[in-house]
Design a protein around this ligand. Structure first.
Ligand SMILES: Nc1ncnc2c1ncn2[C@@H]1O[C@H](COP(=O)(O)OP(=O)(O)OP(=O)(O)O)[C@@H](O)[C@H]1O
Ligand SMILES: [Mg+2]
Length: 378
């Protein structure tokens, strides 16, 4: 009898311990575990960054949303995995329901207008023909493919190319309040280009102030709606269009496109310094036509010799965001109207464009965080 009683008491104690273990798992315990997950770019834990939303812990079941700073961060997958395993490895956790979303952070200067556009990214170069338009379109498509809301402005007033090389799915429309609803291209990307409104021969004769006001209008007359990234394809050099944009638009920053040659790097450096003098953030450099990939054997060769971009980036203290190979596939889209990242996503060039887009998105999150920290918001 005494033995039976002893067993009964023991079992009760085990149940109580199990119960006690269950109650031990509460929101604070989960948050403590989540604080061990550090965003590799921002070097801060995901709880402090406000990335954990709607946390509910009940009966050992943990439910929450992980809100990433951009759908395009190169570390998203690893953050997701570390977050899940940090919670799953807690004793007493029976199940984890983790929803993953992304809300792009804005690194745009405050008070400059465009309240619904989170980031405006200009793509510029010193030299012409280095691949700005190619980079701008593939960047816009890569970001849209990853789930971001994207717009694209063809600010090349003298030679608007975007409507010629990508298929317009929906033409621009005049809204009731006399604004322009941008045209739509693939993936729902919104596009504004002077080429949608006037033919090239008209634009070519324009000079200084007219160019400046045309660029301003392209951006401000458009009803953009909500956008995560507005990519602006600039004409080459540091002329009127680039200056107007830099001085009047709340730019998140500029991506400079260059090629491995000395001549391109020297002019790219000049453009970069001009933007810097105007107080514009340099997001980084994309080196286009970095190497040639033989379509037959896949071998890489450096057509332009050793690259000088590393040296330039080091001297000017900027990041190299990506190196895009020179392949005939990239240029073919000019004829077919289909950017390489859509036409052949597994090609080396597409992978390079996607990586560059992710690095740009990650740099913008870092800039946004620095801005928030300055404003005392984190
Ligand atoms: N990585 C690449 N591989 C092969 N061809 C490329 C690559 N990048 C760009 N091109 C080709 O080079 C030409 C110039 O590219 P693009 O029009 O993008 O340059 P750009 O800098 O915008 O020129 P512009 O200064 O005239 O605006 C195009 O024919 C394009 O298809
Ligand atoms: Mg161009």
């Amino acid at each position: 009898m005494a033995g039976l009683q002893r067993d009964f008491v023991k079992e009760k104690a085990i149940r109580a311990a199990a119960h006690w273990k269950m109650v031990l798992i509460d929101e604070q315990t989960v948050l403590k575990a989540l604080r061990t997950v550090i965003d590799p770019d921002l070097k801060i834990d995901i709880v402090s960054l406000g990335m954990i939303k709607d946390l509910v812990v009940s009966d050992g079941k943990v439910k929450f949303t992980l809100e990433l700073t951009t759908p395009a961060c190169p570390y998203n997958k690893s953050i997701e995995e570390s977050t899940r395993s940090a919670v799953e490895s807690l004793p007493g956790v029976k199940s984890v329901e983790m929803k993953v979303t992304a809300r792009v952070w804005s690194a745009k200067p405050v008070g400059g207008g465009f309240p619904n556009v989170k980031n405006i990214v200009a793509v510029a170069s010193g030299k012409g023909g280095v691949g700005k338009t190619t980079v701008a379109i593939n960047l816009a498509c890569s970001l849209a493919l990853m789930g971001a809301k994207v717009g694209l402005v063809d600010a090349d007033i003298y030679g608007p190319t975007i409507p010629k090389i990508v298929k317009i799915v929906q033409p621009p429309r005049l809204t009731e309040n006399k604004k322009v609803e941008p045209a739509r291209i693939m993936l729902g990307i919104k596009v504004m280009s002077l080429g949608l409104f006037v033919d090239e021969s008209t634009a070519v004769i324009w000079r200084g102030p007219l160019v400046a006001s045309a660029v301003k209008q392209l951006l401000t007359d458009a009803e953009w709606g909500e956008l995560d990234y507005l990519v602006v394809d600039l004409p080459p050099g540091t002329g009127d269009a680039s200056l107007t944009l830099a001085q009047t638009m709340p730019l998140t920053g500029v991506v400079i496109v260059t090629t491995p040659q000395q001549a391109a790097a020297v002019i790219a450096a000049k453009a970069l310094q001009m933007f810097r003098r105007l107080g514009i953030q340099i997001i980084g450099v994309v080196e286009n036509m970095s190497y040639y990939v033989c379509p037959g054997c896949g071998r890489e060769s450096r057509l332009f010799g050793a690259s000088v971009t590393d040296e330039m980036a080091k001297q000017l203290d900027v990041e190299i965001l990506g190196r895009i190979p020179l392949t005939s596939e990239v240029s073919v889209f000019y004829d077919e109207g289909k950017p390489i990242v859509l036409a052949n996503p597994s090609s080396p060039a597409s992978k390079a464009f996607t990586e560059a887009a992710k690095n740009i998105a990650a740099r913008i999150s870092v800039l946004a965080h620095a801005g928030k920290a300055k404003a005392g918001a984190v």
